[in-house]
Design a protein around this ligand. Structure first.
Ligand code: DOR
Ligand code: ZN
Length: 439
């Protein structure tokens, strides 16, 4: 079986490649990438004129909710949502019920995600850093690593005790396992539901001060420097965190960082008051934070873009603002938001945009992904993106079970059109409507 993706703008950050050309996939593997390829005997031809052809996108921060919360999302609905968003690899967070602190649960996730319904999307599990994510005892990290976790984290339940954190990081350093951290000093955020500032004061809601995040970013970066443990800072949202991460990198700490689309595109002033689709943790901050986050993406202080895809059921979000759960879905809007707010505004070039959404995240968790180089991924992982299509994000038409998105009804420019993972191909409805597939 031979697929030909013809005449696209090939963007492969892993080889600094930005050319117009074609890609062939033979028997589920990348065969040729170049200005001229052997086009003979293709079984399927995709005309990619005006499109980008990129390595499959990689998301380091996704909540799949299984086991325990399958009313919010399942491994299957989550992987389908990922494929529709252009992702071929997603890393799932351990805040399930029970939490992912047992190798049997990692086996379960890998089994489920290998099912044909998962559309070929690879799921790379992140194990719980502490037993039960209670922040007291490290979990059995060696056996979790053998079960193939790619990182360890207590995301959503940040470890408050520095001594526990240090022990966990010493262990992970020995196991060469990255630790991913949601940074939040909880004594400063209890009962809070949005950013602390003029908006929270006006709405009469308790706010989270930016320092609650920054205190833990600083602590964790210093522990990374001290222990040598690779540290990945999740969803950076404040300018202070950026400055601390920059300094930690300068000092030689093995620190990487991510930002979510909502944190670089929206502020607390954009919020629809009391609409819980605008409630997430960390919360939307201010324009100064957004400006510094954009600069940090451009200069590489922030390594990658992750979604923090956090689906919740409608009845759970349909509560008073301060009682509703934190989180918004993100897999199917990320490409549109990134292109609209980064690429089309000149913050990141097309090649750098793809680097932050594919190649760099793959490097951070050392995944066999994020490249179009022949033989470097278990199967061919390729995404075709229309950078110029203007469309309105309609959350009711997404694959995720979660419909909690602040982007519903917003106009975006740029969309994933085709996602190839091995023999599986996801075709966007817009692609089908334009009849671009020639068989
Ligand atoms: O917005 C968030 N949603 N932040 C978190 O820390 C947890 C996550 C979730 O699991 O829903
Ligand atoms: Zn998260």
């Amino acid at each position: 079986m031979k697929l030909l993706l013809k005449n696209g703008r090939i963007l492969d950050p892993s080889q600094d490649l930005d050319i117009v050309g074609s890609v062939t996939i033979v028997d589920d593997q990348i065969d040729e990438v170049g200005e001229k390829v052997d086009e003979r005997d293709a079984d399927e031809i995709y005309d990619c004129t005006g499109m980008w052809i990129t390595p499959g996108l990689v998301d380091l921060h996704v909540h799949l909710r299984e086991p325990g919360f399958s009313h919010k999302e399942t491994i299957i609905s989550g992987t389908q949502s990922a494929a529709a968003g252009g992702y071929t690899v997603i890393c799932c967070m351990p805040n399930t019920d029970p939490p992912l602190d047992d190798p049997a649960l990692i086996d379960f996730i890998l089994d489920r995600s290998a099912s044909p319904e998962a559309g070929g999307v690879f799921v790379a599990p992140i194990g719980a850093l502490t037993k039960g994510m209670k922040g007291e005892q490290p979990s059995n990290l060696a056996s979790l690593k053998r079960a193939q976790i790619v990182a360890a984290s207590d995301d959503a339940y940040p470890i408050q005790d520095a001594q526990v954190m240090m022990r966990c990081m010493e262990l992970c350093r020995q196991l060469d396992l990255p630790v991913a951290v949601h940074c939040e000093e909880e004594s400063l955020t209890r009962g809070a539901s949005m950013n602390e500032g003029a908006m929270s004061a006006m709405l009469g809601l308790k706010g989270m001060p930016r320092t609650a995040e920054e205190i833990q970013v600083a602590r964790n970066c210093m522990l990374s420097l001290e222990t040598g443990c690779p540290l990945h800072v999740l969803h950076v949202s404040t300018w202070g965190s950026v400055e601390i991460i920059k300094q930690a990198k300068f000092l030689g700490a093995p620190v990487t960082a991510e930002v979510c689309p909502h944190h670089f595109s929206m502020t607390d002033e954009d919020m629809v008051p009391f609409d819980t689709n605008w409630k997430m943790n960390p919360p939307l901050r201010t324009q100064v934070d957004v400006d510094i986050l954009l600069g940090a993406l451009a200069d590489g202080t922030i390594d990658c873009i992750s979604t923090d895809h956090a689906p919740h059921a409608a009845y759970e979000k349909d509560r008073p603002f301060d009682e509703a759960p934190f989180g918004i879905v993100g897999l199917e809007s990320a490409v549109g938001v990134a292109l609209t707010y980064l690429t089309h505004k000149g913050i990141l070039s097309p090649l750098e945009t793809i680097r932050r959404m594919s190649t760099r995240p793959a490097e951070v968790y050392r995944l066999d992904a994020g490249t179009l180089k022949k033989g470097r991924t278990p199967v061919a992982q390729v995404t075709v993106i229309d950078p110029d299509v203007e469309w309105t994000f309609d959350v009711s038409r997404t694959f995720s079970k979660g419909k909690n998105s602040l982007y519903h009804g917003m106009k975006l420019k740029g969309k994933a059109m085709l996602t190839f993972s091995g023999g599986e191909v996801y075709r966007d409805a817009l692609w089908a409507a334009n009849d671009r597939v020639a068989v």
